[in-house]
Design a protein around this ligand. Sequence first.
Ligand code: SF4
Length: 327
Amino acid sequence: MSEALLSVEDLVKHFPLGGGIFRRPRAWVRAVDGVSFQIHQGETFGLVGESGCGKTTIGRLVLRLMEPTSGRIFFRGQDLLALRGEELRRMRRHIQIIFQDPYASLDPRMKVERIITEPLRAFSHLGSRDRRKRAAELLERVGLQPGDLEKYPHEFSGGQRQRIGIARALAVRPELVVADEPVSALDVSIQAQVINLLQDLQEEFGLSYLFISHDLSVVDHLCDRIAVMYLGRIVELAPKEFFREGPKHPYTRTLLESVPLPDPHRRRPLRFPEGEVPNPIQPPSGCAFHPRCPQAVEPCRRHRPSLVHIGSGHYVACWLNQEDDVL
Ligand code: SF4
């Protein structure tokens, strides 16, 4: 495969709890705890897991909206975390974000033209007439009208606002788009339209996506490869076909069982594994999933399984899939 567009290596983000300037934190929240993956040109890479598993934090770290505790991030082979000032500003143009909430992510005081052309002001030398022309073209491309440039966000539905957010993200022609739960705030009927739009735009603009979602059915539809996260770590990573044929990790299996059926008369409720997600301040010993795992055995409580390659780009962190004498 070609050189990775984005390469994340052993990324860690721990947030301090309590403490202050002169006092040490009371504890640390281990939001991301040693995550590695790569995204290739034109690929859609999905990060999926329950709320609080660390997936959104990873998106923020890739965008340099926060600094990691440790680890490395490379974009086109360039060390993203070493960039400062003007170099960082120029790099930001290549990585844009689509936010989850189309209501909160658009400034209600700005007209759509200002919202879409703002990144162009920051990252391009286009004059105002060309910026407006680009914004009108983008609006049409995402299914709105050039006349909508004169309107304010409150004049649009949720789906239309998300289209405006997509147009804004694409204004500077990024290479990688971090899409953070981009359809979860939308009605089910609108979700499919926005997902199809994202797919069309990917082809047209040659985009790569880091697609973050709690919904495995959405990720399965859109992504080439999927990483399942649990409590700050990747527990399974594979091309999506492997998830359809039979995932290996007990947590992934439970997530798949919770995917809603396409037939509205046979809907089953969205269900996550039994029990609460453990506290990331004090994650369970051994395999962090063991308190909820139906297949847990005694050694799982004491030894943490590493994410190992079991063939054909399929990685799993579970003792049941490792030739080891721990069990
Ligand atoms: Fe379950 Fe043990 Fe596998 Fe963890 S290592 S997922 S507890 S079987």
